[in-house]
Design a protein around this ligand. Structure first.
Ligand code: AMP
Length: 113
């Protein structure tokens, strides 16, 4: 999508601090981190959010979680971390291209606000 911020990051039109990339997935540091480690894992292909996923998306979902595991391992998050995805405005979603937040490096509270 031409007006999608994360599609522009995928294409390199907007700079990002990438920590992982492969044929289907990229991961980069969040510009406004909410934890000592805050990385966004996204598909290169535009998918609006997790609610838009279907049975046909099993392969990309597996790749996204494999990338999340890899960036968490690389960041040394052996004490645990959180993977979060927001769906829709009321959840706090602000960028409508599927992304998983990988947050770690501090204790997390529950439930999330
Ligand atoms: P969400 O609010 O769940 O849609 O998450 C969107 C995330 O994208 C927020 O945590 C933002 O801080 C982050 N973000 C927005 N613009 C950029 C950017 N140019 N580079 C990296 N992260 C960004």
């Amino acid at each position: 999508m031409t007006d999608c911020l994360f599609c522009k990051i995928v294409k390199g039109e907007i700079p990002s601090d990438r920590v992982h990339e492969d044929a289907d997935v990229i991961a980069f540091r969040d510009i406004a981190p909410k934890a000592p480690t805050h990385i966004l894992v996204i598909p290169r292909r535009h998918i609006p959010d997790a609610h838009a996923l279907t049975d046909a998306d099993g392969d990309i979902l597996g790749k996204l979680f494999a990338a999340a595991r890899r960036v968490a391992d690389d960041a040394g998050l052996e004490n645990g971390y959180r993977v979060v995805t927001n769906i829709g405005p009321e959840s706090g979603q602000t960028v409508f291209h599927l992304h998983f937040h990988v947050l770690g490096g501090r204790p997390m509270s529950w439930p999330p606000g």
